[in-house]
Design a protein around this ligand. Structure first.
Ligand code: B12
Length: 210
């Protein structure tokens, strides 16, 4: 166990994380093992966020350090592949809405926590959600929305996903500043999340990942 690496990431000590990763790589520690340490570190960051010791800025910082660390592991695409073992997450901002700051944070944090994230962008029409679900076969679909005027669009998209017979194998999460529990009920989503960390926790819970 590389306690040092895990602790460095939990403490957002970028220099130590990068140094440790380089040393472990030189010692020929297997890439999946190093990624596992990094993911344990991310879980620690998540806990600090939940206990309000850390805030959104720390969460973003941890995802950035995670990305730099996996880049050191050589072919970063290959390293990312090792990291992506928790399932596939298709994510987009609903049509008529172009807000993407929160969506992009969710994409980064989900990716750093081991999800294969397929970001289909902003102003996403229902057909594009359906196409992405058919193509990528995700376990979790995320719909971001910041405009109350676009709630009906989420409702329509979810109803269409269901009509296309694609609902049974996926969980649909919604999020965005204006979204709450009553929106979730209104649009018939499975869950709403107030933060990127909650998206990780709720997804892991659905997929029974410790
Ligand atoms: C920045 C901003 C913009 C920027 C967007 C830039 C960009 N690239 O995204 C610009 C200037 C372009 C913009 C435009 C508009 N905006 Co604007 N905008 C905002 C503002 C100030 C901040 C939003 C933001 O980025 N927050 C920071 C992020 C990190 O937070 P977040 O999005 O909530 O995301 C977190 C969680 O919610 C969650 N999350 C987010 N998405 C998802 C998805 C999933 C699946 C999950 C699980 C979780 C999750 O995780 C994130 C990280 O923790 C808000 C005010 C506010 N209080 O939110 C208004 C706000 C959203 N905008 C508003 C409006 C009205 C508009 C405009 C219609 C204005 C206009 N008249 O043109 C246009 C809309 C254009 C369009 N068609 O979409 C209103 C919406 C009001 C309403 N009730 O609908 C708000 C609330 C401002 C207000 N108080 O009036 N806007």
């Amino acid at each position: 166990m590389s306690k040092k690496l895990i602790e460095a990431l939990v403490n957002l000590d970028e220099d130590s994380v990068l140094k440790e990763v380089k040393e472990l790589k030189e010692k020929k520690v297997e890439t999946p093992d190093i990624i596992a340490f990094l993911q344990e570190g991310m879980a620690g960051v998540g806990k600090k966020y939940e206990s309000e010791e850390y805030f959104l800025s720390e969460l973003i910082m941890s995802a950035d350090i995670f990305k730099m660390a996996t880049a050191i592991l050589g072919e970063s695409a290959k390293a990312a592949e090792y990291a992506r073992k928790n399932g596939t997450f298709v994510l987009g901002t609903i049509y008529d809405d172009i807000h993407d700051i929160g969506k992009n944070i969710v994409a980064s944090i989900m990716s750093a926590n081991g999800f294969d994230v397929v970001d289909i962008g902003i102003d996403v029409p229902t057909a594009k959600f359906i196409e992405a679900i058919k193509l990528h076969k995700p376990q979790i679909v995320g719909i971001s929305c910041l405009l109350t005027t676009a709630f009906d669009n989420i409702k329509e998209a979810i109803a269409s996903i269901e009509k296309a017979g694609l609902r049974k194998d996926i969980k649909i999460l919604i999020g965005g500043g204006t979204v709450d529990a009553s929106t979730c009920k209104y649009v018939n989503a499975d869950a709403f999340c107030k933060s990127a960390q909650e998206a990780v926790d709720v997804s892991k819970n659905y997929l029974k990942i410790a």
